[in-house]
Design a protein around this ligand. Structure first.
Ligand code: NAD
Length: 439
């Protein structure tokens, strides 16, 4: 089948590449000329495990092409996906400017019947508005909603083996065509769920609302554990074995970030407000998360008091989660900003996100490509992202390098005894602060 994808970012590039890999002819469109030029030369603008090889192979075999020319890019397509960004607007709602702009361009350019499927995360009612815009096209255009559930860092696997595919349509024939496109990815009996566009739009927000709620819930419980000298790790086990609760997505940490949860939770709050409904729970989820992003700084402040400004802080992990270079709303950025504000020298390391952070902070930080080099001359180390390579460091070596012998772990990577045995003080989330020699 001939497919066009508008918006070649994390979602658009992965979608386009995976659809090309399953034998479709795919054209990825973007307004960013530099990104398109780089992709044409086999250079991948984002870090996503496995993506580079797939892009190169499908480009070489001429199933995957890239352009900035929307009218030309969609010409032969039967299905056009909209995968542009829907960031948070100043008012807190989802900014749909680009989605509607693209819909208008499509209405002007479409010359043969097409399905336009909205993959971007959009509030309920957007599909109906896009359908209205597309009515002015020269021929029949059906609009569908096809929210995306992939996770950055595991995007290829998630797209190739989705837990489910959700489509919102007004016409079952449109669902059938989309089902045919997705069939190669649903061979292990994963469901293809057909519903109204409104329900499909809502499904994406409700999924993210549930996941963010779990994170804020466990973070609030972790903070309480820490204060009353309970251990959130033990408590987690104690609750997780209850089959009604389970273990998934109940890891305490330094708050959620990324390009989706923060803006999607605020979009839900906005949607409720627009419809005259309260959103007490979502408001609390957002507020708990904002506070949690300050927890690492507060721990440093508690440890060092007023002398914090004179301490050099090393940070491991800058992306909002491991296996991605995405730093949008990453908890590490909040910590960096707070430290810079009081004049702390900050040394940072991340396996793949250094360049993105450098673009934001320039020479205000010291960058290092090696974890152990980052801690040279630092007083304390803070861990913000749970990259695998941070899981088993040499604590004795860290103890020699960190002049105040302190690790603050925002992801609970270590067993406290192993850290303190190396001569370090260890402060993590939802567990008592551990010091060497303590019983
Ligand atoms: P992104 O910022 O990585 O990519 C968006 C792309 O659209 C950019 O490359 C940008 O240059 C391009 N673009 C902007 N205006 C354009 C235009 N007029 N024509 C063509 N291209 C244009 O965003 P993303 O992370 O891929 O997210 C896209 C959508 O998918 C959002 O609504 C997001 O909420 C949703 N989503 C994201 C994820 C995720 O993990 N990133 C997962 C599920 C859903």
């Amino acid at each position: 089948m001939n497919i066009a994808i508008i918006g070649t970012g994390y979602v658009g590039l992965v979608t386009g590449t995976c659809l090309a890999e399953s034998g479709n002819q795919v054209c990825c469109i973007d307004i960013d000329q530099n990104k398109i030029d780089r992709l044409r030369n086999g250079l991948i603008p984002i870090f996503e495990p496995g993506l580079e090889e797939l892009v190169r192979r499908n480009t070489k075999e001429e199933r995957l092409t890239f352009t900035t020319d929307l009218a030309k890019g969609i010409q032969d397509a039967r299905i056009v996906f909209i995968a542009v960004g829907t960031p948070q607007s100043m008012a807190g709602s989802a900014d749909l400017g680009t989605v509607f702009h693209v819909a208008r361009l499509l209405a002007e350019s479409i010359e043969t019947p097409k399905i336009v499927a909205i993959k971007s995360t959009v509030p309920v009612g957007t599909n109906a508005k896009v359908a209205e815009i597309l009515k002015s096209a020269k021929c029949r255009v059906d609009s569908a909603s096809n929210p995306e559930f992939l996770k950055e860092g595991a995007a290829i696997a998630d797209f190739s083996k989705p837990d489910r595919v959700v489509v919102g349509v007004r016409d079952l024939q449109v669902a059938e065509e989309l089902h045919n496109l997705y069939r190669p990815f649903l061979r292990t009996e994963r469901p293809f769920l057909v519903m109204s566009p409104e329900s499909a739009e809502m499904t994406k927000y409700v999924a993210n609302a549930m996941l963010a709620t779990k994170i804020s819930f466990i973070n609030e419980m972790a903070n309480l554990c820490e204060t009353v000298r309970a251990d959130i790790n033990d408590v987690r086990k104690g609750i997780g074995h209850d089959e009604r609760i389970g273990f998934q997505f109940l890891f305490p940490g330094a708050g959620y970030g990324g390009s989706c949860f923060p803006k999607d939770i605020r979009a839900v709050i906005h949607m409720a407000k627009d419809n005259g409904l309260p959103s007490v729970l979502m408001g609390a989820v957002d507020e708990v998360n904002e506070q949690q992003k300050c927890v690492l700084f507060q721990k440093l402040k508690r440890h060092f008091g007023d002398s914090l400004a004179s301490k050099t802080i090393a940070i491991w992990g800058l992306s909002f989660k491991p296996r991605t270079d995405d730093i949008r709303e990453a908890p590490a950025l909040s910590l960096i900003r707070e430290l810079l504000e009081i004049g702390c020298p900050v040394r940072v390391h991340d396996p793949v996100a250094l360049n993105n952070v450098r673009e934001l902070f320039g020479d205000k930080l010291s960058y290092s490509t090696k974890p152990m080099e980052t801690v040279e001359g630092a007083n304390a180390l803070v861990i913000c992202t749970e990259w695998k390579e941070f899981q088993n460091p040499d604590f004795s070596q860290l103890s020699l390098k960190l002049s105040d012998k302190l690790i603050i772990d925002g992801r609970n990577l270590y067993n406290a005894d192993s850290v303190t045995a190396g001569g370090l003080t260890y402060d993590s989330i939802g567990r008592a602060k551990a010091t060497p020699g303590q019983t």
